[in-house]
Write a protein that binds this ligand. Structure first.
Ligand code: FES
Length: 110
């Protein structure tokens, strides 16, 4: 709605939802997951601390996993930046978890 100065005025819960969306986006949470989390909030009342804690808990494990993966990537990049070989056999940046290689040489998915 608009106030007497014709400025848009938003309810507190709407501003909180926008804040959650922006924070979650900045953390790399996909919009589809944000929408799913927000859909679980009460629609006719202001979400409380428990509601916010519950939806952030959903993202906690995924954020931790991505932080750990990015930290490992960062540490490996330092070695690879000076190298540049991108060797399939020895470079950790190229197909690091090559589980198909354990099945033997050559194409494995044909
Ligand atoms: S670029 Fe050579 S080991 Fe990664």
């Amino acid at each position: 709605m608009r106030n007497s100065a014709n400025h848009r005025v938003y309810r507190r819960e709407a501003l909180r939802r926008v804040t959650v969306i922006k924070v979650a986006q900045s953390a790399g949470v996909p919009l589809s997951e944000i929408a799913e989390a927000l859909s679980s909030l009460p629609t006719h009342s202001v979400p409380d601390t428990k509601d916010w804690a519950r939806i952030s808990e959903v993202w906690h494990d995924d954020l931790t996993r991505r932080i750990n993966a990015l930290t490992a990537l960062r540490d490996k990049m330092a070695m690879c930046i000076g190298c540049g070989c991108l060797s399939v056999k020895r470079c950790p940046l190229v197909n690091e978890d090559d589980h198909l290689a354990k099945e033997g040489p050559g194409a494995r998915l044909l």
